[in-house]
Design a protein around this ligand. Structure first.
Ligand code: SME
Length: 157
């Protein structure tokens, strides 16, 4: 089975949304050797901040990230993919560990609103490919089809 089919299978299974997101984190981390930390951040209600949801990898103390801060916070306001092949070149960066060398963040949109993102850290420099970016965009589109109301802590809009 190809990886996109695996993701579709997770999205369509009978589990709750949080369990599906956890499975996606786990399969990505377990199948992509350069993905050392995989997590989802979502908007935290009406606050101007992101809150960590499911993740696979070492726990981080950065469970709340204000909009504009770090790579994640910048994507919350830019609405654009952010691929950082070398985090040492970034000034606006929140370190989640000395081992992390690179990071990719892809936003998730529901009804054109940026409601969260997938964030991946790598211990390798320049590991991320166009294929990675395209796969993660696919995953974000699939995640956007889930009922995320309980996770983004907002009534349906
Ligand atoms: N490095 C991120 C913070 C989140 S951790 O990577 C888990 C950033 O700069 O926003």
């Amino acid at each position: 089975m190809n990886f996109k089919s695996k993701i579709s299978q997770i999205i369509e299974n009978d589990l709750q949304t949080d369990a599906k997101l956890q499975q996606i984190c786990d399969v990505l981390k377990n199948n992509y050797p350069h993905f050392h930390w995989v997590g989802f951040y979502f908007i935290n209600g009406t606050k101007q901040e992101l809150k960590l949801a499911q993740f696979a990898g070492t726990p981080t103390e950065h469970t709340i990230i204000p909009f504009g801060k770090g790579i994640c916070g910048q994507v919350a306001v830019s609405n654009k993919n952010f691929i950082v092949q070398d985090v040492s070149e970034q000034d606006n960066y929140i370190s989640c560990g000395i081992d992390v060398k690179s990071e990719i963040v892809i936003p998730i949109f529901q009804k054109d609103k940026n409601i969260g993102q997938i964030d991946i850290d790598s211990h390798d420099k320049s590991p991320f490919t166009k294929e990675d970016e395209e796969l993660l965009e696919y995953i974000c589109e699939k995640v956007a089809t889930l009922n995320l109301d309980g996770i983004i802590n907002q009534p349906p809009f």
